[in-house]
Design a protein around this ligand. Structure first.
Ligand code: ADE
Ligand code: ZN
Length: 335
């Protein structure tokens, strides 16, 4: 690509969905500084070093602190509205947004209130013409089976159309094998009409991806990049058409791969596995959705045909309602 700004405009215009992005990762440095001041809490590190993460474990620990600063309903409403604004800036027409309640201690005993506040923020955004958002409520790998049941029971009792899926994230390297612990809850979630997505193949290897498919009934894998270590698993993902929600900047920033050149997204895509591109935690990892697509163009020479097919996957495998998918796919055909 030649002129950077013109290329970015084209990537912005590319109709797409963002389907692997955490609300936990959407606070900018100034926002965190302001939230800490409002909460009367000292910063956990100097502002300029706030986002210097050595690895996933340190990153997840930071989320417990930063999300703990969010304590009021207006803060939650604003966060939801700002999330939709960021989507629009990046030309995303829809998002599945993950939220993991374990990172938000102030809302431990009032989770429904938090979800209702998020819903109001997303609704206000939609009324202002910003993109719609579905919520994926996420378990942490360290949680117990009882805690998983508690979250799902709350989701069922709440009956909020905003909540579209059950998700699971966190650190599988430190939690160990947890698929069996959560299998029943994921089965019940499916029976209750919730979609299912699971982080695997980031801090776990191919075995974590296999468990996500076989034990959790995951319809999509968040990350899944370590499938590249197992040829038979790559074949299985391709044959099942099971999509990987890939976040290259996150994987490089958190030390999974030393460079974009060594990131396996292109090998997985060329193998015929459906891949989409997202940001994971855009503000904390200092990336944008347009930036992620631009990096794939620079690193792997993605042409318009590849861009269209990756964007199509992001829309088709999203948990968006059918009318939103139809609209975005029609716009994509005209891009
Ligand atoms: N929560 C937020 N970002 C995450 C990641 N990259 N892996 C696991 N859990 C997360
Ligand atoms: Zn993630």
């Amino acid at each position: 690509m030649s002129d950077g700004s013109a290329d970015r405009q084209r990537l912005r215009a590319l109709p797409k969905a963002e389907i692997h992005v955490h609300l936990e990762g959407c606070f900018s440095r100034p926002q965190i500084v302001a939230l800490a001041a409002a909460a009367g809490e000292p910063l956990s590190r100097p502002p300029e070093a706030l986002f210097d993460f050595k690895n996933l474990a340190e990153f997840l620990g930071f989320l417990d602190w930063s999300c703990g600063l969010v304590r009021t309903i207006p803060q939650v409403e604003l966060m939801a509205y700002a999330f939709a604004e960021r989507l629009a800036e990046n030309g995303a027409g829809y998002a599945d947004a993950i939220i993991n309640p374990t990172h938000w201690p102030s809302w431990r005993y009032r989770l429904p209130e938090m979800i209702e506040a998020l819903d109001r923020g997303f609704r206000a955004a939609e009324q202002d013409g910003l993109p719609p958002v579905g919520l994926c409520l996420s378990l942490l790998r360290q949680q117990s089976a009882d805690e998983a049941v508690e979250l799902l029971d709350m989701m069922i009792a709440l009956r909020s159309p905003r909540v579209v899926a059950l998700s699971i994230d966190g650190n599988e390297a430190s939690a160990g094998r947890t698929g069996p612990r959560f299998a029943d809850t994921f089965r019940r979630a499916a029976a209750a009409g919730f979609r299912r997505t699971a982080h695997a193949g980031e801090s776990s290897g191919p075995e974590g991806i296999r468990d996500a498919i076989r034990l959790l009934g995951a319809e999509r894998i968040d990350h899944g990049v370590r499938a590249v270590e197992d040829a038979s698993l790559m074949d299985e993902l391709r044959d099942l058409g099971l999509p990987l929600d890939i976040t290259p900047a996150s994987n490089v920033r958190l030390g999974l791969y030393p460079s974009y050149e060594e990131h396996p997204v292109e090998r997985l895509r060329r193998h015929g596995i459906p891949v989409s591109i997202s940001t994971d935690d855009p503000e904390l990892l200092e990336t944008t959705l347009i930036g992620e697509y631009a990096r794939m163009v620079e690193t792997f020479g993605w042409d318009d045909e590849v861009l269209r097919s990756v964007a199509r996957t992001s829309i088709e495998v999203s948990f968006a309602p059918p009318e939103i998918k139809r609209d975005l796919l029609a716009k994509l055909a005209a891009w």
